[in-house]
Design a protein around this ligand. Structure first.
Ligand SMILES: Cc1cc2nc3c(=O)[nH]c(=O)nc-3n(C[C@H](O)[C@H](O)[C@H](O)COP(=O)(O)OP(=O)(O)OC[C@H]3O[C@@H](n4cnc5c(N)ncnc54)[C@H](O)[C@@H]3O)c2cc1C
Length: 429
């Protein structure tokens, strides 16, 4: 039995890990698991902002797949097309431009979603290289503001605009703001009130992937820290120095950070691999799935994570929001169901309400939503860290991250620029 997992992100990696564990527990493994992924590591994205802000070493954000996966065969490359009838995926590897056929008996699709390209000159936050570039950029603006005599340059250097009010945008703004404020001790001419932080969200509220009360809490926490929130705001034009919003308002800024939007709009382009004929797609370009994580009406095909539209029974007609909690929880159930199907046993539905949502709101504030209850402030931040520790693979990595957090609480890190915009992911900064 050949199981092929496409995508080594949250959903794909945790599916492979769970399959390994189940197959080991069952005794003689009768299935071979292969994972196709362009990078040999999982980028643990909920910790990217912490790496950008320097509250966590960048190396902890990248989880080396060859180390954590024991029996799964890693196939480095990109799946470029699928033939569902013959059960073959075509994978382009670094070895050459020709896509090689990879036959399978069961297919797991977890390629995530392709982020919309950032506006020209804007900074992105999707990879570790982006996070390090963002850190260097923010610190460079403090250097610029402290060394110029031109008030217009200073004003633009000290205004930081984040686009996108999902987990990623909220986490990034609060983390970078805390880092910049810590750095101010090194800049006697700059004061906390000189810095301007703006979060622009095209939708009607923050954290669209979470219930409304979570968005309200995030708004309050951001405003308490002095950030401005612009709802219903999207950029019309941007060049370093001037951002014009589509309501005509303009901001003097040299920093526009584009964070991925959590909720996809109808008509959003699907991941190129999902345009394979016969794969059922929702209007927002995700794979239509059953609650058992099978792709609807498509035999031998399963899906989880951001690219899967899995029904959320808590809200009739709705599907699970794209966040790491669901990606992880779905991976677990998917692996169980896939093996249950092979054994002719019944499957079980994914229960969306068991999976939590965790969003950092700065070093000492966090939002943790579990079983319908929301914990905020320091308890929320503690639960969030406990959650990440429980999710990070290998005891050694958990130990290192825990030690680092404990040590940083006693001896806070000095904000220092790490890496440059040219730094490649995985390279030691
Ligand atoms: C900056 C940032 C911060 C975030 N913060 C939070 C947070 O605080 N809390 C939270 O719950 N969620 C957060 N999220 C969302 C969370 O990271 C995603 O919901 C989660 O990663 C989805 O998992 P996934 O496996 O579906 O996709 P991904 O993790 O994106 O993985 C997809 C994988 O598939 C690979 N792939 C793509 N195409 C192909 C192909 N053709 N062939 C082979 N492989 C392919 C990609 O390289 C990638 O490895 C954040 C996201 C970002 C970007």
């Amino acid at each position: 039995m050949r199981i092929l997992v496409i995508g080594g992100g949250h959903a794909g990696t945790y599916t492979a890990l769970r399959l390994e564990r189940l197959l080991r527990a069952a005794g003689a493994p009768r299935a071979e698991v292969r994972l196709v992924t362009p990078e040999p590591y999982l980028t643990y994205r909920p910790l990217l902002a912490a790496a950008a802000a320097g509250t966590l070493s960048p190396r902890h954000v990248l989880v080396p797949l060859r180390r954590v996966l024991r029996t799964t065969r890693l196939l480095l490359g990109e799946a470029v097309s699928l033939d569902l009838a013959t059960r073959t995926a075509y994978v382009r590897t670094p070895a050459g431009p020709e896509a090689a056929p990879v036959p399978y008996d069961a297919l797991v699709l977890t390629p995530g979603t392709t982020p919309a390209p950032p506006p020209p000159h804007a900074l992105a936050l999707h990879s570790l290289a982006d996070a390090l570039a963002l850190r260097s950029h923010v610190l460079a603006q403090l250097d610029l503001a402290s060394s110029t005599r031109d008030p217009a340059v200073r004003e633009a250097a000290l205004c930081f605009v984040f686009l996108g009010g999902g987990c990623a945008g909220v986490d990034a703004l609060t983390a970078l703001r805390a880092m910049a404020e810590r750095a101010l001790t090194q800049y006697p001419g700059l004061h906390r009130d000189d810095l301007r932080w703006v979060l622009a969200e095209p939708g009607e509220r923050l954290l669209p992937e979470a219930p409304a009360d979570a968005g309200t809490y995030a708004s309050r926490a951001l405003r308490r820290g002095g950030a401005e929130i612009r709802l219903g705001a999207a950029p019309r034009t941007y060049r370093p120095g001037l951002l014009v919003l589509d309501d005509g308002d303009s901001l003097a800024t040299r920093t526009l950070v584009h964070t991925p939007s959590a909720v996809r709009a109808p008509g959003a382009p699907p991941h190129p691999l999902l345009t394979t004929p016969a794969l059922p797609l929702t209007p927002d370009g995700r794979l239509r799935c059953t609650r058992d994580l099978a792709v609807s009406g498509t035999p031998h095909t399963w899906a989880a994570g951001d690219s899967a539209a899995v029904p959320d029974p808590g809200t009739p007609g709705a599907t699970c929001a794209p966040h790491a909690g669901h990606a992880h929880g779905q991976a677990h159930v998917l692996a169980d169901n896939l093996l249950a199907t092979l054994r002719g046993e019944p499957t079980r539905p994914y229960d969306a309400k068991n999976e939590g949502l965790y969003v950092a709101l700065g070093p000492h504030d966090g939002l943790a939503r579990l079983h319908g209850r929301t914990l905020t402030g320091r308890p929320g931040a503690l639960l969030l860290r406990a959650h990440h520790l429980s999710r990070l693979p290998t005891a050694r990595r958990k130990g290192r991250v825990l030690t680092e957090w404990a040590f940083a609480a006693l001896f806070p890190r000095e904000p220092v620029a790490l890496g440059t915009p040219g730094t490649e992911p995985g390279e030691p900064p």
